[in-house]
Design a protein around this ligand. Structure first.
Ligand code: LER
Ligand code: MN
Length: 272
């Protein structure tokens, strides 16, 4: 059985970005609970912005799980990436992500590597960048093992990274990590709509490797407000045996509450 989740952004600098709820943890948890979501996914500036005891209380009071935690602020706020050509910068990036792994790990939630994967170019060849990315993912996956959570790698569309853009490319990256790695793929349906030949076959490329899904339509609006074929997509998600979170990462369109409501109605239609 899949579980529903909705994103809460605590990062003001990311306003305009594809997160549904923006009014803080408490308001976000309340809306999630009122609408019947199973979980929330939290995008924060870093561990210092989230009071873990408060989060524990909110999750308990509103009977929600924590689906995942984002690391993007490491790039947005500190300009850190795992593929920096400077080893000190890479070490800082890993340190930042480890703290977020700890924050989420307490609640059974994995940390997501998105924009902090960086890009290749200039002095850095694609091959070397992919090696740095693989090294970083392997180390962070290993680190996450102590919390029994995976490290979640999210490939992005071509306008956001030039490293991996498809599920097959992410699967190839993970296959270089050895048998006991602890890294899963995040299949963000918006990125897949841009990059895959066909979203359903892209999902099949990730069978057994996909550990998280960002639920969103073709135009980054909530599911149902774009032109993706969610009958086919949901059938494939079930066919590949995926049973993790289906987490809404979409623009708060036409408003936050309406976007969350549109999302849970779509979730219930396709997965309920
Ligand atoms: C950004 O496009 C995105 O999909 C996020 O989940 C990654 O930071
Ligand atoms: Mn995403």
């Amino acid at each position: 059985m899949t579980k529903s989740s909705v994103t809460i952004s605590l990062v003001e600098a990311a306003r305009g970005g594809p997160f549904i709820l923006w009014e803080g943890l408490e308001a976000g948890c309340k809306t999630a609970k009122d609408l019947g979501f199973d979980a929330v996914e939290v995008f924060s500036l870093g561990p210092e912005q989230v009071d873990s005891d408060e989060l524990e209380k909110l999750l308990g009071d509103y009977e929600l799980s924590l689906a995942a935690v984002g690391t993007g602020a490491g790039m947005v706020k500190h300009g850190l990436s795992l593929t920096s050509t400077c080893s000190e910068e890479r070490a800082k990036a890993k340190e930042f992500i480890k703290q977020i792994i700890e924050m989420g790990g307490r609640f059974g939630a994995g940390a997501i590597l998105g924009s902090m994967q960086g890009r290749w170019g200039g002095e850095l060849s694609k091959e070397d960048a992919l090696k740095l990315l693989a090294e970083g993912c392997a180390e962070l996956g290993e680190y996450a093992k102590q919390f029994n959570v995976p490290f979640i790698y999210e490939h992005l569309n071509r306008y956001e990274t030039n490293l991996c853009n498809t599920v097959a490319e992410s699967a190839a990256l993970l296959n270089t990590l050895g048998d006991d790695h602890n890294v899963v793929i995040l299949a963000d349906l918006f990125h897949m709509n841009i990059e895959e030949v066909d979203v359903a076959s892209g999902l099949r490329d990730g069978q057994g490797l996909i550990g998280h899904i960002h639920f969103v339509d073709s135009n980054r609006k909530p599911v149902g407000l774009g032109h993706m074929d969610f009958d086919a997509i949901s059938a494939t998600i079930k066919e590949i045996g995926y049973d993790g979170y289906i987490s809404a990462e979409a623009l708060p369109y036409p408003g936050e509450y309406e976007a969350a409501k549109q999302t849970i109605e779509s979730y219930n239609k396709y997965f309920g």
